[in-house]
Ligand binder design. Structure first.
Ligand code: PFF
Length: 469
């Protein structure tokens, strides 16, 4: 490994660190577990027919995402810097590799701007549920979602509330903010999920849900499904934009990196599967279809809750769970940008959190208006038709999601994998991997996955994105 001191010492004593390995695992799992697990994974499992899709997703996590996670945390821990500084520490001045770090910071900013809008919906739904949303008819529930989507002021309000919560926590610091919040919120989240799961396991529809999620049925798997599973493994594990790298930069100890990454990826996957086993039984026993797409959680599920005894209570619990999961993810998205501003421009944390948070709030305005504004909705759809084909244009919100999930994260993940596997000097990389690890003998397997399997997998995602595969 090149000498990190080229970028100057990492100002030891100034950088905050996690107080324990558990604190890191909780924060990193908090980043990973979010809307991607409880909203997106169930609906893409639904649209892809379950079974095989889930299996392929598990393979993608093990063979592609997990090696990248180890690489990200390792790079952050070794450099004690946020993404741009970490790349600078191990490359020549002005090296194009720094671009991967910049891409990460930009991705954090972009993702947070629309993620916070959807996160706001979860708060709105939790509030509606508490007010007795359970009593509404199916048609009214469909209308509620359509109305929310088309109401810029309501979207903006909840987006602002969510950003304010995120800014408040990040401004308080690694210890008193991120660590304290995740230490409280993660057990709450797991507790709520378990309560919902136990309820689901005792009810009807559970057997069908198990079969849908784990049963392998012939003729189900499509190439598009395989690539969607692979792409999702990046998003759900917060990879490719330096979130894990930044959290890794607050690690001091020579912890077992592999064991830590396996714990984070394992918990994240467990939450995704549990979310399916909570949602599908409710959907099936209400006689609804699993493959409806993004409306699964915001339309179908509330309809099903409405038919259930005590449905309002369970609905409120579910949407609070979703809000908590989203909050521990938005914290990490903002932290990437804040850490960057602190490291690169020596900004104070509070000022960085407020500045970056307000800028994100602004960038989120067009997303909040995508459902209800002619310009950012239909206007953007028309504008992007030449790119995506007639009738396939994307509004502002969908466009950002598409750019971030299909391009920025896979590109960033590929960059990090190639950088760590080819660029960073072998001896120090080996030492960093093996330090304190029970999995030292997996070193060469890890390097081989980074060098060959990750580029092949990500390459396939790109070829698919441009319509070649
Ligand atoms: N992993 C989060 C989710 O699944 O909802 C989303 C996310 C958070 C992506 C943080 C990227 C990131 F840096």
């Amino acid at each position: 490994m090149r000498n990190a001191s080229a970028a100057g010492p990492a100002r030891p004593g100034r950088r905050e660190h996690w107080s324990s390995r558990l604190a890191f695992v909780l924060a990193a799992t908090g980043s990973a577990v979010g809307l991607g697990n409880i909203w997106k994974f169930p609906y893409i499992t639904g649209t892809n027919g379950g079974g095989w899709f889930v299996l392929i997703y598990l393979v993608a996590v093990l063979a592609v995402a997990l090696p990248i996670m180890v690489a990200e945390i390792l790079l952050g821990r070794a450099a004690q810097r946020s993404p741009v500084g970490a790349f600078r520490a191990y490359s020549r001045p002005g090296s194009p590799w720094l671009g991967v770090g910049w891409l990460g910071v930009a991705a954090g900013f972009v993702i947070l701007s629309y993620y916070s809008v959807v996160a706001g919906w979860t708060l709105h739904y939790a509030w509606l549920s508490l007010r007795g949303f359970g009593g509404l008819e199916a048609g009214q529930i469909r209308e509620t979602f359509a109305e929310l989507y088309a109401d810029p002021a309501l979207n903006l309000f909840w987006h602002a509330v969510f950003m304010a919560l995120t800014i408040g926590i990040v401004a308080a610091g690694v210890h008193r903010g991120v660590e304290r919040a995740t230490r409280i919120l993660m057990p709450v989240l797991l507790g709520m999920l378990l309560v919902l799961l136990v309820r689901a396991a005792g009810g009807e529809g559970f057997g069908r849900a198990l079969d849908f999620v784990f049963g392998l049925r012939a003729g189900q798997l499509t190439p598009a499904g395989v690539l969607e599973a692979l792409g999702h493994s990046f998003f759900t594990l917060s990879l490719g934009m330096g979130a894990m790298l930044t959290y890794g930069s607050y690690l001091r100890a020579r912890d077992d990196l592999v064991a830590t990454s396996v714990a984070v990826a394992g918990l994240d996957t467990a939450v995704s599967l549990m979310a399916c086993l909570v949602i599908f039984p409710i959907i099936f026993s209400a006689g609804l279809a699993p493959g409806v797409g993004p409306g699964l959680v915001f339309v179908s599920l509330p309809i099903a809750f409405g038919q259930m005894p005590g449905g309002a209570f369970w609905a409120a619990l579910f949407f609070l769970l979703l809000a908590v999961a989203a909050l521990t993810s938005t914290i990490s998205l903002l932290e990437v940008v804040v850490s960057h501003l602190m490291d690169e421009y020596r900004m104070r944390r509070r000022r960085a959190a407020l500045g970056a948070g307000l800028a994100t709030l602004l960038l989120g305005v067009p997303s909040a208006m995508s459902g209800g504004s002619a310009l950012f909705g239909a206007g953007f759809q028309r504008l992007t038709e030449p790119l995506f084909g007639a009738g396939q244009g994307k509004n502002w919100f969908d466009l950002l999601d598409y750019l971030a999930s299909n391009w920025m994260l896979p590109l960033g993940g590929l960059g990090i994998a190639l950088f760590v596997a080819w660029r960073v000097g072998g001896e120090a990389r080996e030492q960093a991997f093996k330090a304190g690890s029970r999995f030292a003998r997996l070193y060469w397997a890890w390097v081989a996955l980074l060098r060959y399997v990750v580029p092949a997998g990500v390459g396939a995602v790109f070829l698919h994105a441009i319509g070649v595969l």
